[in-house]
Design a protein around this ligand. Structure first.
Ligand code: GTP
Length: 600
């Protein structure tokens, strides 16, 4: 296929607007998958993704389609479906020339529609609006067309209205793509230049990279170099995703396909990186950024003998998810564990779920924190990824400023929720930046918010205050100065490092009191009295206590038979397994960490 017969496109949509369903229909229509294929939603491969109904890892597929007597190679480049992955989305889009902006015609434009539109717009793509779900009684395609026209200034005079579910109108989508998306601007005679936009680990061949070949071509046996790492590799296999890997003799300019390089770990596959032929360096694609974690949390085995087992599970999982950073750490309270860095909180939740499945046990997940920066008076800086690294009171004299990461949040919602959402953003230290009506009764609001404020309950609150009618998306916008303090929890007078957290001074007392109360709520009485204190920068602000109890589970079956007694004792032992014993013998249940994670 020469470049003029190739189209590289993606589908961008808000969650649940039907991206995977439309992708399935297009693959069926072109015979790439069979109609009665049991493996529906081929693009959503991973189990967790299917369970949660979200696309975490993108899957790409090629199809061949005859349009006006000519065969075209159409490459559908899938994009991850969540805000935490906006960098990956932008790199997938950089591999395309056009995109289908799919909008549910009942729900209309949502926050992720807006965010994805601007990513595509920034990459200069041909954007084709498509209205989905017109089979539903609540569909209002005219209204949603007007939203698209006002918000994105796109031409909707001839907009496609389809039902990805019933197939209605879907046959018009591919012709529209062929006519409106530019062919890749590729130079077949120039030296090879390819964009790495996705990768995964395959246990038989190692890392598989998805590469958009811009210039030149690539064959088996070629040696190519990563512009970012300067590592060189031999191409041992390549081909197209049809929808599974189909080996081909070469990948030509303008095409998209998989490349196997004998790469050992996905950590060497940097999304957005440029490959060139050894000996003929080329200009790298713009927009490359090294992966950066924005949410950090400690993960510890409940029982310290399981440390190695946890490490092995982590090794296996991170082989396939290079966006998770892993560092060993130890905690006085929890022993040996790991500090993991994630792109965002959803990424963290998905990963923890996978980890527990892989490791076959629960892990203690400490409250998440964003990376803060401390600037010292002598001009040096330190990044804090764990509240334990927060400067102690003696060090405070040398601190010039604390900085926290900020995001620009986009909220889209029916106008009746304006008041509650302004209150919510205000309570999370947000500052309004913009406010527009998408139509008569839908509002789009932009707020600058500290990233730490959207880590915990912000999203849940947003949903509950609007009965689920508001949507939210965000992008990072750099660091700002903030008045930060550390909240410590003391159990029987001893600070528990794993329960410390960094908060803004204005919220410190409230968080301290709230955490102490919540801890009291989940901790059991023990044989001695337990005091729970919360301190803000060493100043104790509240105290709770749990009175002692003499617990004898066998007492109630006094005189009963011995097996029953043994059974109960075993049960008590099993229950204990989920408790972590702190210094001084205070036992902390795993739930304690979960409650605190939910924020205040
Ligand atoms: P993410 O992977 O989370 O981004 O979601 P998605 O955009 O891929 O949505 P998906 O294709 O999984 O569809 C979400 C739900 O909407 C599913 O239950 C689909 O069956 C349903 N759906 C998709 N298209 C249509 C449509 O045209 N009509 C109707 N009635 N339902 C649809």
């Amino acid at each position: 296929f020469p470049p003029e017969r190739v189209r590289n496109f993606s589908i961008i949509a808000h969650i649940d607007h039907g991206k995977s369903t439309l992708a399935d229909r297009l693959l069926e229509l072109t015979g790439t998958i069979s109609k009665d294929s049991v493996n529906k939603q081929v693009l959503d491969k991973l189990k967790v993704e299917r369970e949660r109904g979200i696309t975490v890892k993108a899957q790409t597929a090629s199809m061949i389609y005859n349009h006006k007597g000519e065969d075209y190679l159409l490459n559908l480049i899938d994009t991850p479906g969540h805000v935490d992955f906006s960098y990956e989305v932008s790199r997938s889009l950089a591999a395309c020339q056009g995109t289908v902006l799919l909008v549910d015609s009942c729900q209309g434009i949502q926050a992720q529609t807006v965010a994805n539109f601007f990513l595509a717009f920034g990459e200069d793509l041909n954007i084709i609006p498509v209205l989905n779900k017109i089979d539903l009684p609540g569909a209002d395609p005219e209204k949603v067309s007007r939203q698209i026209e006002t918000t994105f200034e796109l031409d909707v005079s001839n907009v496609l209205a389809i039902s990805a579910k019933t197939g209605l109108g879907v046959k018009d989508v591919l012709p529209r793509i062929i006519e409106q998306v530019d062919a890749p601007n590729a130079d077949a005679s120039a030296p090879f230049r390819g964009l790495l936009f996705d990768s995964w680990y395959d246990k038989f061949v190692g890392v598989v990279c998805l590469v958009a070949v811009r210039d030149g071509n690539l064959r088996k046996g070629d040696r190519i170099v990563s512009a970012h790492t300067r590592n060189s590799y031999e191409v041992t296999d390549l081909g197209i995703m049809f929808p599974n890997q189909v080996s081909t003799a070469s990948l030509e300019s303008g095409q998209v396909g998989y490349v196997v390089l004998g790469m050992k770990t996905t950590r060497d596959a940097h999304i957005g990186d440029t490959f060139y032929r050894e000996g003929s360096p080329v200009e790298a694609f713009p927009g490359f950024e090294p992966a950066k974690s924005m949410v950090f949390a400690g993960m510890y085995p409940i029982d310290s003998v399981d440390y190695t087992k946890l490490q092995e599970a982590l090794d296996r999982l991170t082989l396939n998810d290079a966006s998770v950073s892993v560092a060993k750490e130890s905690s006085v309270a929890l022993g040996q564990g790991f500090r993991l860095g994630f792109l965002g909180t959803l990424h963290m939740d998905v990963f923890r779920e996978r980890l527990e499945e892989e490791y076959d046990s629960t892990v203690i997940n400490t409250a998440p924190t964003v990376p803060y920066i401390v600037k010292y008076t002598n001009g040096t800086e330190k990044i804090i990824r764990n509240p334990a690294q927060f400067p102690d009171m003696e060090e405070h004299a040398k601190v010039a400023a604390f900085l926290e990461p900020m995001v620009s949040g986009t909220l889209v919602f029916p106008s009746e929720y304006l008041g509650p959402l302004m209150d919510l953003c205000g309570a999370h230290r947000g500052e309004q930046q913009d406010y527009t009506f998408i139509d008569d009764n839908r509002v789009m609001m932009k707020y600058a918010l500290p990233m730490s404020e959207i880590l915990t309950d912000f999203y849940d609150q947003l949903k509950s205050r609007t009965s689920g009618y508001a949507s939210f998306d965000y992008e990072e916008i750099g660091y700002e100065a903030a008045d930060l303090v550390k909240v410590n929890i003391l159990l029987n007078g001893k600070a528990v490092d794993a329960l410390a957290t960094i908060v803004h001074r204005s919220a410190a007392d409230r968080v301290a009191k709230d955490w102490a109360k919540r801890l009291k709520g989940v901790m059991s009485r023990q044989l001695f009295e337990i005091t729970i204190q919360a301190a803000v920068n060493n100043r104790v602000v509240c105290r709770e206590s749990i009175t002692a109890v003499r617990k004898d589970v066998t007492a109630k079956c006094y005189g009963g038979d011995i097996t029953r007694r043994m059974k109960l004792l075993d049960k008590q032992k099993a229950g204990k397994k989920r408790l972590k014993t702190m210094a001084g013998g205070v036992q902390l249940p795993q739930e304690a960490f979960l409650t605190l994670m939910r924020g205040s």
